[in-house]
Every structure is written in structure tokens, then in C-alpha cells.
Design a protein around this ligand. Structure first.
Ligand SMILES: Cc1cc2nc3c(=O)[nH]c(=O)nc-3n(C[C@H](O)[C@H](O)[C@H](O)COP(=O)(O)OP(=O)(O)OC[C@H]3O[C@@H](n4cnc5c(N)ncnc54)[C@H](O)[C@@H]3O)c2cc1C
Length: 391
């Protein structure tokens, strides 16, 4: 098989992280450099909606469907609306991001974007083979497609959970939603559980919203379970019966402290989910992806290479995240108790900074002492340390 064409960079997978990498490379590469982006999908469908908090407004300004400055957290005996200043919370539809990237790249002769399925990447010579019998050679390859079937996680050492969710994009006849406030976590329950399960509302207007039921769970549940909870929430909590479901979202995000075999040295570098960009304890990934990719491209253009420190989170953050995932994910401390207590004691600004891995060691310790069942969290932290595995 002959190699079709040679590129300086090949993006194997062009979803969130692949496209973010393309947009960042576009800012720094020379006129004579060439980039190929390969994705198995032509990205013409809205396959997901990303929400995230950030202080940085660049993509949000252009693409966000809506931006909020206030969140609400509720439990059985607690409800609080909070400003998240200096952060904002935003939501971007996948399709709007894909169309934006397409437009940015279509008249740039340095970029080729093709729809094809990558079959194999030869790490030694940088050859990427696709299932249509073609092959391309890349000097540096960023691989972002996730081969979950090839992954064998030793479950005795690592926490492996799913953030499974079902969302209804609804339109109501009467005004129901507060368009200025995101319901970040509402622990109202149809049934009692130790797991972290909550309702989440992104209100686009008084009559339009995404209402979602989310569970951090070790065992994925049937879709019907989610529908039952959503039906209950509309009837008993929102007290609304006249609404239309315009779109549905039922999916899951892996939550784990397993250190995906990240590739940094050599011709293939992993990015995105397959490089552990998803934060284990929260399942959020959008802002982390943007930040990590900016850091990688900065490193490439200043040092000519990417090093571990440009991509991997510092050890103490990984350790604490791992302990948090163990405790909340497995219901060792009931999810409602854990999160409500955090929001009672800490300002959202601080919590977001902490989850963004920008808090100081003093602030991390303060957080550990703010949560209920801190003893269990300390034990989980020590256990993770004792296993001696690389988290
Ligand atoms: C429904 C859903 C909602 C989410 N919502 C949020 C959210 O609100 N906030 C947040 O922070 N995170 C969210 N996430 C988590 C995370 O942000 C996304 O999963 C994100 O898209 C991950 O980026 P990625 O580049 O790793 O993977 P993807 O965006 O999935 O990109 C991988 C790409 O690889 C392509 N591909 C796969 N196999 C091949 C192959 N063999 N050859 C070529 N191409 C291939 C796929 O078509 C895909 O485009 C969500 C995830 C899902 C599934």
C-alpha cells in the first residue's frame, strides 16, 4: 500500500479535542505546513451539547447558545441561588462548534479535512491507515478517538463509574423556568439512594429548557428509569403537565481515576477522553480540553515539543480527585450530603477554581475539612496513596 500524502500534523479524530487542536494549530503553523483532520463522521449532526464554567469568554462569545451568571443548588432541606462571578456558565451545541470549525478551516489551504475511519496508526513511521484503503504519513499525530474496547482497567485499584444522563429539551405552554439561573444540582428524589443522583436544568427561556436526570453510577441503568424520574420531576416538582419534548439526550461519560496510557513522546500524542482530559470526579471536560490544548500548542511553538507537565495534571490534584470520585461515586458519603455541604460552606467561585485545579494546597485542605465524612475522604486519599499506583 503506498502512502497517499505527507502532513506535518495529522488529527486522528476530529471531535471536540481534535477540532480544538486544529483551531489552535491554525494560529501558529507556518504557511508551508500542512494539517490533515480525519473523522469517521462528517459532523453534520448535533451529537451533544457541552456546558462548562469559565472566566475566559473567547469561544463563549461566539458560539454559546446561552450564558448564565447564577446557579441554584437544592437538597431536601436546602436551596440556594448563588452568583458565580467572576465565572460564567455557558452551553454550546456540538453542531454550532463543528460548523464554526468547518468555516474557519475551509478556506485555509494548510488544512485538509476528510471523512474516513482510521483503522491503524503505525507509531514508528507515522503512517495512518483508513478503512477505505488509503494511508497518510504524519510527522506528528494527535489521536483523539477512544478505543474503549481495547481498555482493560484493573477495577481493584481504580474507581470506574459512569455519569449517565437523560435529558429532555422541552417547550412548555406556561412560563416555568427562571431563565437567569441554572439548576446545577437538585437532589429532589423519587427514590432514596446513596449514589450521587440529581436533576439539572439549563433554562433557555421561561418556556424552554434542557431538563436532565444524572446519576454517578457503577451500573448503567435502563433508559426507562431515567424517563420515570423525569416524568416524576415534571409532575411533582415543576408542576407542569403541558410540555413538548423537542429533543432527547441519553448517554454517559466515563468517570475514572485510571491513568489512560497517555502518549506524549514519539510521533503519536493522545488528546481528549483517551488522554484523561475528562475530570474523573465531575465528568466535565470542555474547559480542560481547551486549556490543555492551548498549553500543548504553546509548548510546541515555543519549545518545539510537548512534555508531560504540559498535559498531565499535578499529582496532588489527581490524588484528591481520585479520593473524591471514590467517596461520591461509590456513595460512601451520600452524594446529596457531600455536595450540599460543599455548596453551603464554599462559594461557587472557590469550588470552580478548586475543580479547575487552580486552588492552593491550603485551599485543598480547607475543602477536605468542609466536606461531611471527611474521615472517609482522608481514608480514601491514603488508600489511593498506599496502592502506590500512578493515578
Ligand atoms: C452526550 C455527551 C454530553 C457531554 N456533555 C458535556 C458537558 O456538558 N460538559 C463537558 O465538559 N463535557 C461533556 N461531555 C464529555 C466530553 O466533553 C465530550 O465527550 C467530548 O466530546 C470529548 O472530546 P473528545 O475529543 O475526547 O471526543 P469526541 O468529541 O467524541 O471526538 C472523538 C472523535 O473521534 C471520531 N472517531 C471515533 N473513532 C474513529 C475512527 N476510528 N476514525 C476516525 N474518527 C473516529 C468520532 O467521530 C469523534 O468525532 C459530554 C459527553 C457526551 C457523550
Amino acid at each position: 500500500m503506498s502512502t497517499n500524502k505527507t502532513y506535518d500534523y495529522i488529527l486522528a479524530g476530529g471531535g471536540l479535542s481534535g477540532q480544538m487542536m486544529a483551531l489552535e494549530l491554525q494560529k501558529v503553523i507556518r504557511e508551508d505546513e500542512r494539517v490533515l483532520m480525519i473523522d469517521k463522521s462528517d459532523k453534520t449532526e448535533n451529537d451533544r451539547t457541552w456546558s462548562y464554567w469559565s472566566t475566559d469568554r473567547n469561544l463563549t462569545d461566539v458560539l454559546a447558545r446561552k450564558v448564565w451568571n447564577q446557579i441554584k443548588v437544592s437538597g431536601k432541606d436546602f436551596s440556594k441561588e448563588m452568583s458565580i462571578d467572576p465565572y460564567h456558565y455557558a452551553t454550546i451545541r456540538g453542531i454550532d462548534f463543528y460548523n464554526f470549525t468547518k468555516k474557519e478551516l475551509e478556506n485555509d489551504k494548510r488544512f485538509d479535512c476528510i471523512t474516513a475511519v482510521v483503522e491503524e496508526i503505525d507509531e514508528t513511521n507515522g503512517v495512518v491507515k483508513t478503512t477505505d484503503g488509503k494511508s497518510y504519513q504524519g510527522n506528528l499525530i494527535f489521536k483523539s478517538y477512544f478505543e474503549s474496547d481495547k481498555l482493560e482497567i484493573p477495577k481493584e485499584d481504580y474507581s470506574v463509574l459512569y455519569q449517565q444522563f437523560k435529558g429532555w429539551f422541552v417547550k412548555t405552554e406556561e412560563p416555568v423556568f427562571d431563565p437567569d439561573t441554572v439548576t446545577f444540582m437538585d437532589f429532589s428524589t423519587l427514590e432514596d439512594t446513596h449514589e450521587t443522583r440529581f436533576f439539572y436544568i439549563l433554562p433557555f427561556s421561561e418556556t424552554e429548557a434542557l431538563v436532565e436526570y444524572t446519576a454517578f453510577t457503577a451500573n448503567r441503568m435502563e433508559e426507562q428509569v431515567y424517563d420515570d424520574h423525569l416524568n416524576w420531576y415534571f409532575k411533582e416538582k415543576l408542576k407542569v403537565s403541558n410540555f413538548e419534548i423537542e429533543e432527547k439526550e441519553f448517554d454517559f461519560i466515563p468517570m475514572t481515576d485510571y491513568p489512560f496510557p497517555q502518549k506524549i513522546n514519539g510521533r503519536v500524542i493522545t488528546i481528549g477522553t483517551t488522554a484523561a482530559f475528562i475530570k474523573g470526579s465531575t465528568g466535565y471536560c470542555f474547559s480542560r480540553t481547551q486549556e490543555k490544548i492551548k498549553g500543548m500548542v504553546r509548548a510546541l511553538s515555543t519549545k518545539g515539543k510537548i512534555e508531560e507537565s504540559d498535559i498531565v495534571s499535578p499529582f496532588h490534584f489527581r490524588l484528591f480527585d481520585s479520593a473524591m470520585l471514590e467517596v461520591t461515586g461509590k456513595g460512601i458519603v451520600p452524594g446529596e450530603r457531600f455536595f450540599i455541604s460543599l455548596f453551603k460552606k464554599m462559594a461557587p467561585e472557590f469550588l470552580f477554581r478548586f475543580l479547575d485545579e487552580k486552588a492552593s494546597m491550603r485551599e485543598i485542605i480547607r475543602t477536605m475539612f468542609a466536606v461531611p465524612g471527611k474521615g472517609k475522604l482522608v481514608i480514601a486519599t491514603i488508600q489511593k496513596l498506599m496502592i502506590g499506583n500512578k493515578i
